[in-house]
Design a protein around this ligand. Structure first.
Ligand SMILES: Nc1ncnc2c1ncn2[C@@H]1O[C@H](COP(=O)(O)OP(=O)(O)OP(=O)(O)O)[C@@H](O)[C@H]1O
Length: 637
């Protein structure tokens, strides 16, 4: 079958033009990465062919040994990378080599600063792919014959805005990329140079990367006329990295392999490589990245492991092997326990997959626990990037709740730093005698948490309180009931019970104040009956006149605000208003005979309590008016 292809000229998608421009200008200091990118694509093309051949073995034809060849021509300043992988037809070329389909591209481009140092780091995070060819070449030709087809196609561009597509003469399956090097990049048309780049960046590629042997003629051969057929030799180790023994793999090889599978060119923070035998048989190589991807908080982000069955690549992004809260993990899983024609649908139902998921989850949590114990600094850098996602864990993974809880880090009144460094174990080790609860406060911002009036009595008694202000925190706490046998208690919720930490004298004094304030409480209650559930004398405050408390079973203020902001219906519940009769303002309130002024002052106190916990007022204008009126009275007008 011959498909009619005529020569066509087309324009790049705008993003491609932007990317090309930025790349050429910010990556000029690492031009050699073009080779790693093109070899990586060639290796992916081989994986895709092998996978397609599982259902149609004729695709491999008479050329079943998948490999990559790298050649060069010093005189003509060209480098060619040839593979016998899946290949591309005309439509593939237009879709793949003229546009960028990857999610996040436009955000990525928006993040570019124009500062080359920073931008080259960003580009590293993104993975540059095929277009990196234009860092070294002023013209690129891609000739390809797609597996199973007969008409080859050629794509050509100088990277400035357009590309052409036309029929090509190529009778072997796969893709040949020819780079016409820029004058100042001609050093790449050299055997030593290319070999050393391949060994450095692409050694882990699992199929052979071949280069011509003795492309430098030896002295006694130099004058011989007859040309020998070129002999090729394998330049890389050519063995799937995860199948090799751990002790034979260097850190640099692990890192390069991470770059290859993750398309993230920052180095990983840590990895764990294990071969499991027994009931389940699989090898996993899991990486913790050092930086969060741009779309980490999008629960739909690309995630999952690269799945191989008996060394054959099956799919990218196999999501079923790790829970959502570990979506940042990158890696490879190769198993003999699944069939080669496994599909996503089968993965979702297969009990073996469940068992592997349990084991891999444990593996990641163990890797994190070890890091937390042996290298707290490294763990801190992990926590900064991924802590918020890990906080989704206790709600999602009941079985590992305790384990995840040990990995959590919080801010606390102990050092009042916004950096989250305090573990629950640290907290428990500092608990006071008689303390049987882990106290926390959740607020909209770190500062609101730090200066929450609810902390006053804790400060006075020297009891540590965890300060929470991440959006996920209240949700987290709804799923964490206890740690190490100690219940968690929100200091802004329900009746405050300091248990044994309240002395008999404290309790007695409190009862007395309560008794003395009965009338006042009733008067306040009458004024605020619409706004609050009830009014009572506080245990919590030592310096503030009043505060709001959430009923023991009601939704916390932070969660309420998040749900309201998301437009969700929130159950109706009113807060409890607590007053501190020892505060001079409350004493003054108690003495107020004029009921109107009493009501005004009471309402100001209520609004202030709301502001102090980071909340918003229903009617800020009325609050300002009341306050101004009081100020005027104070100043004697
Ligand atoms: N040698 C090749 N054989 C077959 N298809 C290829 C080859 N090189 C590139 N492609 C196709 O072009 C697409 C774009 O390649 P490109 O390198 O720009 O992005 P990518 O490989 O998808 O991602 P990354 O940016 O991480 O490398 C590939 O996804 C693939 O479909």
């Amino acid at each position: 079958m011959t498909t009619e292809i005529t020569k066509e000229t087309m324009g790049f998608q705008t993003e491609v033009k932007q990317l090309l421009h930025l790349m050429i200008h910010s990556l000029y200091s690492h031009p050699e990465i073009f080779l790693r990118e093109l070899i990586s694509n060639a290796s992916d093309a081989a994986d895709k062919l092998r996978y397609a051949a599982l259902s149609d073995s004729t695709l491999l034809g008479s050329d079943p040994n998948l490999e990559i060849r790298v050649g060069f021509d010093e005189d003509n300043r060209t480098v060619t990378i040839t593979d016998n992988g899946i290949g591309m037809d005309r439509d593939d070329m237009i879709a793949n080599l003229g546009t960028i389909a990857k999610s996040g591209t436009s955000e990525f481009l928006k993040n570019m600063t124009g500062d080359q140092q920073k931008d080259s780091q960003l580009i590293g995070k993104f993975g540059v792919g095929f277009y990196s060819a234009f860092i070294v070449a002023d013209k690129v030709r891609v000739e390809s014959l797609k597996a199973g087809e007969t008409q080859a196609v050629s794509w050509e561009s100088d990277g400035s805005g357009e590309f052409t597509i036309e029929p090509a003469e190529k009778s072997t399956r796969g893709t040949r990329i020819t780079l016409f090097l820029k004058d100042d990049q001609k050093k790449f048309a050299n055997g030593w140079e290319l070999r050393s780049i391949i060994r450095k960046y692409s050694d882990h590629i699992s199929i052979p990367i071949l280069m011509e042997k003795n492309e430098m003629p030896s002295e006694d051969e130099e004058n011989k006329d007859e040309k020998k057929a070129p002999e090729w030799e394998t330049v890389n180790t050519a063995k799937a990295l995860w199948t090799r023994s751990r002790s034979d793999i260097s850190d640099d090889e692990y890192k390069e392999f991470y770059h290859h599978i993750s398309h993230d060119y920052s180095d990983p923070l840590k990895w764990s490589h294990n071969a499991v035998e027994g009931k389940l048989e699989y090898t996993s190589l899991l990486y913790i990245p050092s930086k969060a991807p741009m779309d980490l908080y999008n629960r739909e982000m690309d995630r999952g492991l690269k799945l191989f069955v008996q060394r054959v690549f099956i799919m990218d992004k196999a999501e079923e092997f790790l829970p959502l809260y570990l979506r940042f993990i990158k890696g490879v899983l190769d198993t003999n326990d699944l069939s080669l024609n496994v599909s996503r649908e089968i993965l979702q139902k297969d009990p073996q997959v469940d068992s592997m998921r349990t084991a891999l989850t444990k593996r990641v949590l163990d890797m994190l626990s070890k890091m937390a114990k042996n290298d707290p600094e490294q763990y801190q850098s992990f926590w900064k990037e991924f802590g918020q996602v890990l906080k989704e864990g206790p709600g999602e993974d009941f079985a590992n709740r305790e384990k995840i809880a040990k990995l959590l880090r919080f801010s606390s009144t102990e050092d009042a730093k916004s950096e989250q460094t305090v573990s629950l174990e640290d907290y428990v080790s500092r608990m006071q005698e008689g303390q049987d609860k882990i106290y926390y406060v959740a607020a909209e911002s770190f500062n609101a948490a730090k200066s929450s009036p609810h902390l006053e009595v804790f400060r006075k008694k020297g009891i540590e309180v965890l300060l929470m202000c991440d959006r996920i925190d209240e949700w987290l706490m709804a799923h964490l009931n206890e740690f190490d046998g100690k219940q968690f208690e929100d200091v802004a919720r329900g009746d405050l019970d300091l248990g044994k930490m309240d002395s008999e004298e404290d309790k007695k004094a409190h009862e007395e104040v309560e008794k003395k304030s009965e009338d006042l409480v009733k008067r306040v209650q009458d004024v605020l009956s619409e706004q609050v559930e009830s009014v009572r004398v506080t245990h919590r405050l030592t310096e503030s006149p009043a505060c709001l408390v959430v009923g023991a079973n009601d939704m916390g203020a932070q969660m309420r605000r998040i749900m309201e902001a998301a437009g969700q219906a929130v159950p109706d519940s009113k807060p409890i208003f607590e007053i501190n009769p020892e505060h001079p303002l409350i004493t003054r309130l108690d003495q107020e005979q004029d009921e109107d002024r009493f009501a005004e002052l009471t309402k100001v106190l209520l609004d202030q309590a709301r502001l102090a916990e980071g909340g918003q007022l229903d009617d800020p204008g009325a609050y300002v008016q009341r306050l101004n009126k009081l100020l005027m009275e104070l100043s004697g007008n």
